[in-house]
Design a protein around this ligand. Structure first.
Ligand code: PLP
Length: 285
């Protein structure tokens, strides 16, 4: 049997809207868990091993005992993606700390970790997408390197972008750019690809990692250093990246025109990403 969309929870499979989960799952009331998301093309998930590595690292960072070995999780995800009708899918999974009566301390959790998956069809976002951005002070906590379910600030920042009719909100701490509500942000200046360093203020994006590898491959120098908002306004090109939006550039921030000054290097990076998707997943983006 093939599905148009699919949910999985601890061994149960159903269409997403039919899945019911126990109220006592700690994911429901504490957001006590971590997640991953990627795209699948022709049954192949882009960057799957890297997403699994980050998934197991996120669990380790918040002391969740994995519900299964990494290889078993990989096999299960491949099996579930294989049950989908559509060629391109958004694959989301999360691991929560299991179920138990509400108690902040988790040492008394009553079950092991829960494994949740949701897969739905996705129309791939064109790689040439152009974004407009707004800016906001980054008021999140200092666990931004962990892909936790606690995304309320990100949800609010994304809604702000939506309300402003733009694609993303770029966050900064006292002017130092961190990332966007659900993307990383990097820029090109004088032929150099610059991006914020990996610390606890940003998520170590898999797409950011791919972009760095592709720049290295294409002979584009990469600098991973803190940078300020002013540098974005002065950038030749700005790149917003995430698993569902691989390499968007930016035309405007807070209503001011930005970027558009190095279309050649941007096109080179996008061409390299297209080749990667073709090689890894057999798909023409
Ligand atoms: N930063 C945040 C806060 C995100 O939520 C995401 C993706 O969900 C990213 C960056 C990009 O990460 P990735 O490229 O792994 O999708």
């Amino acid at each position: 049997m093939k599905y148009t969309d699919l949910a999985y929870y601890n061994g149960k499979i159903s269409p997403i809207r039919e899945m019911q989960v126990p109220m006592l799952d700690r994911g429901c009331y504490f957001g006590d868990g971590i997640y991953e998301a990627c795209l699948s093309f022709n049954g192949r998930m882009l960057g799957l091993d890297e997403h699994l590595d980050r998934c197991y690292n996120s669990m380790r960072l918040i002391s969740i005992e994995p519900p299964m070995e990494k290889a078993e999780m990989k096999a299960k995800l491949i099996e579930l993606v294989g049950l989908m009708e559509s060629e391109v899918n958004f694959v989301y999974w999360q691991v929560t700390r299991g179920a138990g009566m509400r108690n902040h301390a988790f040492s008394g959790a009553e079950t092991g970790a829960s494994f949740w998956v949701m897969i739905s069809p996705k129309t791939p976002t064109p790689i040439e997408t152009v974004y407009k951005l707004i800016t906001a002070e980054d008021k999140r906590f200092y666990y931004c390197n962990i892909k936790t379910l606690n995304l309320l600030p990100n949800v609010l920042y994304n809604q702000q972008a939506h309300d402003a009719g733009v694609g993303e909100t770029v966050l900064h701490r006292n002017g130092r750019v961190t990332e966007c509500s659900h993307s990383n942000i990097s820029f090109l200046k004088d032929g150099v690809f610059k991006t914020a360093p990996l610390d606890n203020l940003i998520l170590p994006g898999i797409t950011r990692k791919h972009l760095i590898a592709l720049c290295n491959q294409e002979g584009i120098p990469v600098v991973e250093e803190e940078y300020m908002l002013e540098e974005l306004f002065e950038a030749d090109e700005i790149i917003v990246s995430s698993s569902s939006n691989l390499c968007s550039n930016v035309s405007e921030i807070d209503g001011k025109p930005v970027g558009g000054k190095d279309p050649e290097t941007l096109a080179k990076i996008r061409a390299a990403y297209r080749r990667k998707v073709k090689e890894d997943c057999g798909y023409d983006l």
